[in-house]
Design a binder for this molecule. Structure first.
Ligand code: FO1
Length: 323
C-alpha cells in the first residue's frame, strides 16, 4: 500500500486532501497539520487547521466558507457578547465550540494534542491519520507597524488577529512562530516522513502553514533526508494566491508572489518536483533551472474531480523524479 505524507494547512490543504483521497482511495495517508494558527479563546484551545482538515474529510465542514461547521448557530458567541466578552471578530459557532471543549478538557486531563486529535478523529473518521506537527505549543505572531506607539514602533499580533480581524491589511514585517524553536515533532511525525513513499506539499500557505510545520526542529531535516520524492503544488496562480492572503506573508519573508519564487523558496534541497498552473507555464524553465522538476497543469480546486486530477499529476511527477 502506498504511504503518502502530506504537510497541510487549513482550507487549501483540506480540499487537496479530499481530492487525493478520491484519486488514491487505497493509499495510507498521514497528514502533518499546522498548529501555528492555534489560538486560546474563552479558556479553550482552538486548532483551526486541524479542525478544518478533520471536518472537511469527515463531512462536517461549512462548504462555502471552508472552515467551521455546516449548519452552524452562534448562540454561545451572542451570549458571550452580551456579557461584553470577546473577541467578536472570531466566529466560533455552537457546534464548533463542542470540539474545543472536548479538546481543552482532554488536554487538561493530561493527554497530549496528538492523542486528543486522534480521539476527535474517532468521531469524524477522516480516512487519514491526522497528526499535529507538534504536541508543544507554537503560536504564529505577525510583526506589524504600531500606529499608536510613536515613530517606527512595531507590535506583534496573533496570526488570527492579523488574518481574520485585520484581513492582512497591514504590511507584515516578520512572521514569528513563537515556541517553534523549543518544539518537538509530535509522536509519529518523523517516523511517517521516513517511511513515506511520497511526500506532498499541497497548495497551502508556504509561510504560515507549510513553513511553520517545517520550522519545527527536525521536520525540515527529515523531509530533506527522506528517501521519498517530495512534490509540491503552487498556491500561487498567475501572480496571486488562489485564496487567502499568502502574498502578504510571502512579502514578509522576501519572496515574490509567483509560482517560481515559491518553488525557489522551498528550494531543491526540499523539493524534487513542483506543479504550477497552466497559466504559469512560462515559469517551468526557471524552476527546472533551479534543480526542481516542474510541470504546468490545471491547479484550480473547483471540485473534487479537478482536485483529484491535480493529486494524480503530483503522484505522477513523484514517480518521474523518484531517486
Ligand atoms: N476565518 C475567518 O475568516 N473568520 C473567522 O471568524 C474564522 C473563525 C474560525 C473558527 C474556527 C476555525 O477552525 C477556523 C476559523 N477561521 C475563520 C479560519 C481560520 O482563521 C483561518 O482560515 C486559518 O487559520 C488559516 O489557515
Amino acid at each position: 500500500m502506498q504511504r503518502i505524507v502530506v504537510l497541510a494547512g487549513g482550507i487549501g490543504g483540506a480540499r487537496f486532501l479530499r481530492g487525493l483521497k478520491s484519486a488514491v482511495p487505497d493509499a495510507e495517508i498521514t497528514v502533518i497539520g499546522n498548529t501555528g494558527d492555534d489560538i486560546h479563546l474563552f479558556g479553550l484551545k482552538v486548532c483551526p487547521d486541524l479542525d478544518t482538515v478533520m471536518y472537511t474529510l469527515g463531512g462536517g465542514i461549512h462548504e462555502e466558507q471552508g472552515w467551521g461547521r455546516a449548519g452552524e448557530s452562534f448562540a454561545v458567541k451572542e451570549e458571550l457578547a452580551a456579557y461584553g466578552v470577546g473577541p467578536e471578530w472570531f466566529g466560533l459557532g455552537d457546534r464548533d465550540f463542542a470540539t474545543h471543549i472536548v479538546r481543552t478538557q482532554m488536554l487538561g486531563a493530561g493527554y497530549p494534542l496528538s492523542a486528543v486529535t486522534e480521539a476527535l478523529c474517532d468521531r469524524w473518521q477522516p480516512g487519514v491519520r491526522l497528526l499535529p506537527m507538534s504536541d508543544d505549543r507554537v503560536e504564529t505572531h505577525v510583526l506589524i507597524d504600531d500606529p499608536d506607539g510613536g515613530e517606527g514602533a512595531r507590535k506583534a499580533v496573533h496570526f488570527q488577529e492579523y488574518w481574520v480581524r485585520m484581513r492582512a491589511s497591514a504590511d507584515a514585517h516578520a512572521i514569528v512562530p513563537v515556541g517553534a524553536e523549543q518544539a518537538k515533532p509530535a509522536p509519529g511525525v518523523l517516523e511517517a516522513i521516513a517511511a513515506a513513499d511520497v511526500i506532498l506539499f499541497p497548495p497551502s500557505n508556504p509561510v504560515v502553514s507549510i513553513g511553520t510545520i517545517l520550522g519545527v526542529p527536525g521536520i525540515r531535516e527529515a523531509v530533506a533526508d527522506a528517501t521519498a520524492p517530495v512534490v509540491g503544488l503552487s498556491p500561487i496562480v498567475g501572480g496571486a494566491p488562489v485564496r487567502g492572503m499568502a502574498d502578504k506573508v510571502l512579502a514578509a519573508v522576501g519572496v515574490d508572489s509567483t509560482a517560481d519564487a515559491v518553488a525557489r523558496h522551498y528550494g531543491p534541497g526540499l523539493l524534487d518536483g513542483w506543479l504550477v498552473d497552466t497559466v504559469d507555464a512560462a515559469a517551468v524553465g526557471g524552476v527546472e533551472d533551479a534543480g526542481i522538476r516542474c510541470r504546468a497543469v490545471p491547479l484550480m480546486m473547483t471540485d473534487v474531480e479537478a482536485t483529484a486530477a491535480m493529486a494524480r499529476e503530483a503522484l505522477a511527477l513523484a514517480e518521474e523524479v523518484r531517486r
